[in-house]
Write a protein that binds this ligand. Structure first.
Ligand SMILES: [Zn+2]
Length: 371
């Protein structure tokens, strides 16, 4: 059996029912959980610098293996000192396996137990991704936390197909562990679609291996909030307490508080950054669409109670003007606000679990974001 990675450690600090507050330690520093990881697809969190990210309270970011493998290539990044140096981010970085984009963005040609054959979304060139190759790329990038290659199934998929994908995901998980050479942490991924018994089987299989953390994959693919929570209800009791649990690609503020209530520790999602560029802001009073005519002369900030740089300095009228004029600063200021909202929400969640009033915060967020 492969040895558990020595550079990674997770401590539980306190709990409130199933919600957990904790901390994990990596080669690039410690991270308090529950945590939200801003998405830096192309070795950049769009519209903000690493400096700004730190100031907003981001402690760990996610980067996408598929994109960096295609362009500029992990060997080039390694020759320039690795991803941390390349993008000037000195905090922890989690990288995905590249599998999800091979399924969703590239043209998938063939999938066998050996790996995935796909053609690049950039130039149509053919590529073959195996569990071993996914680890090699992530080690070249210098990720603090790596993810196993897994098979993401579409929603809906037949039970027979999902069953086969769970089997393949387990096989690939063991091969990923065996392929690890360095001291990066490695997380296994639970699959199983929306079939409770397949989720339980996958949870047991992945948890029995020496992974540093356990991720739940294959959700937020169109099944909806309620079904996602049903899957968590059936899966979470079968995950070990002593390792972090990461819900991949999730989600809305409501998804996050409900998943924390079920014992999830880590999240990533493009929503705050992507929505910011589309002129949609998250606030403690609900969503704001900045292009609306009602904000044309509005002298108020998006959220009077928000202490972010944007809300302390700019009016909705100005943000609307930037958006309508397609000015870059509009994306920057909106991204600052939305990331601040998400990171502040996570900070409030952590403190509330410590104070045993998380349930109150959960109710508030569900009232505001009840869709
Ligand atoms: Zn703000």
């Amino acid at each position: 059996m492969a040895m558990q990675c020595s550079s990674f450690k997770f401590d539980l600090v306190s709990t409130e029912d199933h919600a957990r507050r904790g901390e994990f330690h990596t080669r690039h520093g410690s991270v308090e959980t529950p945590v939200f990881m801003p998405v830096g697809t192309q070795a950049t969190v769009k519209a903000v610098s690493p400096d700004m990210l730190k100031g907003l309270g981001a402690r760990i970011i996610l980067s996408n293996t598929y994109h960096l493998h295609m362009r500029p290539g992990e060997k080039l990044i390694a020759s320039l000192g690795g991803l941390h140096t390349f993008m000037a981010w000195n905090g922890p970085i989690l990288t995905d396996s590249g599998g999800y984009q091979a399924f969703s963005l590239a043209k998938l040609m063939k999938i066998t137990d050996e790996g995935l054959e796909f053609s690049s979304h950039l130039d149509g060139s053919r590529h073959f991704l195996t569990p071993e190759k996914a680890i090699e790329i992530q080690e070249d990038l210098g990720a603090d936390i790596m993810m196993c290659l897994d098979e993401c199934v579409a929603y809906p998929s037949t039970r027979e197909y999902v069953n086969a994908s769970v089997q393949r995901t387990g096989l690939w998980a063991r091969r990923s562990l065996a392929a690890r050479r360095g001291s990066s942490a490695l997380f296994g991924i639970v699959q199983g679609g929306v079939y409770p018994d397949l989720r339980v089987r996958s949870a047991h299989e992945i948890s029995s291996e020496a992974f540093d953390g356990i991720a739940i994959g294959g959700l937020s693919v169109g099944e909806g909030h309620d079904l996602m929570m049903d899957v968590l209800d059936s899966t979470m009791p079968h995950l070990p307490q002593d390792r972090p649990r990461y819900l991949m690609g999730v989600g809305t503020p409501k998804d996050i508080v409900e998943a924390v209530a079920r014992g999830i520790d880590m999240f990533d999602c493009v929503l705050p950054t992507r929505n910011a560029r589309n002129g949609m802001l998250f606030t403690r009073k609900g969503r704001i669409t900045v292009k609306q005519a009602r904000y044309r002369q509005d002298p108020n900030p998006p959220d009077e109670d928000c202490r972010c740089y944007t809300c302390r300095n700019f009016s909705l009228a100005y943000l609307r003007h930037l958006y309508m004029s397609r000015e870059i600063l509009g994306s920057v200021l909106s991204t600052i606000h939305n990331l601040y909202f998400y990171l502040e929400l996570m900070s409030d969640i952590r403190h509330s679990i410590g104070e045993k009033n998380f349930d109150e915060l959960r109710k508030q967020i569900k009232e505001i974001y009840n869709d």
